[in-house]
Design a protein around this ligand. Structure first.
Ligand code: FES
Length: 278
C-alpha cells in the first residue's frame, strides 16, 4: 500500500506501524509546550552567555555577594576579594569566562540532562515535536552514534555539578556577612541578596539531587533493598525529588537569572541592597 502524507511525500509506514496519513490526529495546541521551551531555553542561553562574558558587576564587596556565573572566580582579571579559591590563571581574553573551571561543566551537565534533552529535542529538532506528532526526519538513530552518544557522560558531569553546588553553598554562607567600608570590619549581615542567594542554592541542590543519575547511583543497581536499608531510604528520597526534576530544572533557570541580575544591579549601584541586619 502507498501512503501520501500531508506534505505530499510518500512515506511507507514502518513494519507493524499503523498507516496514518495525517501528521497528527491531535486537535489540542500540542505545539505550545515545545514553543515555550524553545523561548525559555534560548532566553537562558543568551542571558548566561552575555553575563558570563560581561566581566563586571558580578561581586558586591560590602555584602560578599558573588554571582553564580562567576563562581569560582579564578583568573587574574577577577576582583581579588571575589577570588575565594585564589587566582589560578592569568588575565584571559574577553571570550573566556572568569569562571572557566566551572561553567563548561555546568553547561554540559544541563545539556546532557535527561529532562533538557527531551525538551530541546522537541523544541529545536522536532524529534519528535510532541507525543503522537510525526517528526519530519526520515532517519532515527537515537543516541547510539556520535555526537549524541556522548549524552551518556551525564553521570560524570553529575559528580562535578555536585562539587560546584558545594562551592555555591560556600559563596552563599559568605553572603551572611557585611563589611564596613570605613573600618574594614566584617560582621554578621543579612540582606535581600543573601536570601536570594540562599533560595538559588536550595534550588540548585534540589535540581542536582533529583538528577536521574543520582537516583541510579543511590539505588539503581541494588537487587535486594531489604539488605541495604540506608541506601533504600536515600533512594526513596531521591526518587521523590526525581518526580519533580522538570520543575527544578525550570525553577533553577529562573533563580540563576534572578540571582545574577540582583547582584549585577547592586554591584553596579543601580539599586541598593535591602538590608535586614547590617
Ligand atoms: Fe537532569 Fe541529571 S540533571 S537528569
Amino acid at each position: 500500500m502507498t501512503t501520501t502524507h500531508d506534505s505530499g511525500t510518500y512515506r511507507p509506514p514502518a513494519p507493524g506501524r499503523p498507516d496514518i496519513r495525517q501528521r497528527t490526529l491531535r486537535t489540542d495546541r500540542w505545539w505550545l509546550p515545545p514553543l515555550a521551551n524553545a523561548l525559555g531555553l534560548a532566553t537562558f542561553v543568551v542571558y548566561a552567555t552575555i553575563r558570563s562574558l560581561w566581566g563586571s558587576a558580578y561581586y558586591v564587596e560590602e555584602y560578599h555577594y558573588l554571582s553564580p556565573f562567576y563562581s569560582p572566580c579564578v583568573t587574574a582579571s577577577c576582583i581579588p576579594e571575589a577570588s575565594h579559591l585564589g587566582q589560578w590563571f592569568p588575565a584571559l581574553p574577553w571570550f573566556l569566562p572568569y569562571a572557566l573551571v566551572s561553567l563548561p561543566f555546568l553547561l554540559l551537565f544541563r545539556l546532557t540532562c535527561y529532562y533538557y534533552r527531551k525538551s530541546y529535542y522537541r523544541a529545536f529538532w522536532s524529534s519528535p515535536p510532541a507525543c503522537a506528532v510525526a517528526e519530519p526526519h526520515t532517519k532515527y538513530t537515537g543516541e547510539t552514534r556520535f555526537p549524541l552518544i556522548l549524552q551518556n557522560a551525564h553521570r560524570y558531569f553529575f559528580y562535578v555539578a555536585g562539587l560546584i553546588s558545594i562551592l555555591n553553598t560556600y559563596d552563599m554562607v559568605l553572603a551572611f556577612q557585611s563589611t564596613d567600608p570605613a573600618t574594614g570590619q566584617t560582621s554578621f549581615g543579612l540582606g535581600l541578596g543573601t536570601l536570594i542567594l540562599l533560595v538559588n542554592v536550595i534550588g540548585l541542590w534540589l535540581y542536582t539531587l533529583s538528577c536521574h543519575s543520582c537516583r541510579h547511583i543511590t539505588g539503581g543497581r541494588l537487587k535486594h533493598f531489604s539488605k541495604h536499608p540506608v541506601r533504600y531510604r536515600i533512594w526513596t528520597g531521591v526518587s521523590k525529588l526525581n518526580a519533580r526534576h522538570m520543575l527544578f530544572a525550570w525553577i533553577t533557570i529562573g533563580t540563576l537569572i534572578l540571582t545574577d541580575l540582583y547582584v549585577m544591579l547592586v554591584a553596579s549601584g543601580t539599586i541598593s541592597d535591602l538590608r535586614i541586619v547590617n
